[in-house]
Design a protein around this ligand. Structure first.
Ligand code: SAH
Length: 347
């Protein structure tokens, strides 16, 4: 039975499901979910291309960032943790960039937080020394540097739409032909709401749970988290759920489990939760600001001079990472830290 058939049967028996339940099933169903079966991140047949897959410069700069932050922590033995490492390319570049840094590799216990079995296998090929965890809470305690690129956008969202009578939750149900379709719950009265009818609000319960895990860890030992993702600082009230297959947007209910299903990240909410918990928050700033702050243009020039034959490609990669119409503006970077640490590099 396909995931679509399973979902149709589930809805027939239990009624419509929330967008978060639908997204969770599409991504994480243990038999037919996208990440369990066919995550396609890099290469020609990929569904989407991430920054580390686009250019080695990205991971190298994150590596230098880690080196800087390790130094600020006083060079302790520490966990170098990556959330959702995909094919392991980012961590591989981080490790290469820090190879000659005295003591860094010996001090680092590499922990990869990953739920996808096929991706764990790919990660093991690139980073044989790592250990794996299913969630951040399972990583060993102690000082930590935590990085995550395009991890938060996988967190399932619930969607609410303002109507004349109050808010309606968006649901996934069935039409007459037993096809999956979006629908709305009955109105939930919201007398004080100032939102125009049609405004969409999104909340990500799993993201909130992750921030609590981060808070606990950052209060227990000196640690810092760097999160990079596409998202917004001020919610625009729009529906940001999207399905990507082979680099193209596809219908979100037509091929459940076969496309990558993501939502834009609410960075204001991440910052608010972290501040309420007493963490230090830097950013969000754009990916272009962050990478420029770390010296990506200098790194690009050095690489281009050393490899004139690849100058064109390097220029394209640089533009992809920081161009305002590419990843430079849509992608944001935020850093959460234990209280009382000096400011992180790049902000
Ligand atoms: N960081 C990588 C991959 C991004 S795709 C890159 O930039 O190329 C998202 C990654 O997060 C995948 O590795 C996916 O399997 C993993 N992932 C998604 N949800 C997860 C969860 N809840 N717990 C752990 N890993 C998760």
């Amino acid at each position: 039975m396909s995931l679509k058939e399973k979902l149709v049967e589930h809805i027939r028996e239990n009624g419509p499901m929330t967008v978060a339940e639908y997204m969770g099933a599409c991504l994480y169903d243990p038999e037919d979910g996208y990440y369990a079966t066919r995550p396609a991140i890099g290469g020609a047949n990929a569904d989407f291309l991430t920054a580390p897959e686009a250019s080695q410069m990205f991971g190298e700069l994150i590596g230098l960032w880690c080196a800087h932050e390790w130094d600020l922590l006083g060079k302790p033995a520490f966990n170098l943790i990556e959330l959702g490492p995909g094919r392991g390319v980012l961590m591989q570049d981080v490790l290469r960039a820090t190879q000659r840094l005295e003591g860094f590799h010996d001090a680092a216990n590499i922990v990869l937080v990953e739920t996808s079995a096929p991706l764990r296998d790919e990660q093991a090929d690139r980073i044989p020394d790592a250990e794996w965890a299913l969630r951040l809470d399972d990583a060993p305690p102690g000082p930590s540097l935590i990085i995550g690129n395009e991890f938060l956008d996988c967190m399932p969202i619930r969607q609410f739409i303002a109507g004349e009578e109050g808010w309606h939750e968006k649901l996934v149900g069935l039409d007459e032909a037993d096809q999956l379709v979006f629908g709305l719950s009955a109105a939930i009265p919201a007398p004080d709401s100032e939102d125009e009818p049609g405004t969409v609000r999104e909340i990500a319960p799993a993201l909130e749970a992750l921030i609590y895990e981060i808070e606990r860890r950052l209060h227990e030992a000196p640690a810092r988290v760097l999160l990079i993702d596409y998202g917004y600082v001020r919610p625009e009230g729009a529906d940001t759920l999207q399905a990507l297959k082979n680099h193209k947007k596809v219908d979100r209910t037509e091929t459940p489990g076969e496309a990558d299903l993501t939502a834009h990240v609410d960075f204001a909410r991440v910052a608010q939760l972290a501040e309420q918990a007493g963490l230090a928050v830097h950013g969000p700033i754009t990916q272009a600001q962050f990478l420029r702050g770390l010296g990506i243009e200098v790194r690009h020039d050095t690489l281009a001079q050393a490899n004139p034959a690849h100058a064109e490609r390097l220029k394209r990669e640089l533009n992809r990472l920081i161009g305002a119409d590419q990843m430079g503006a849509l992608f944001k970077v935020i850093c959460l830290s234990s209280p009382n640490l000096p400011p992180p590099a790049g902000f």
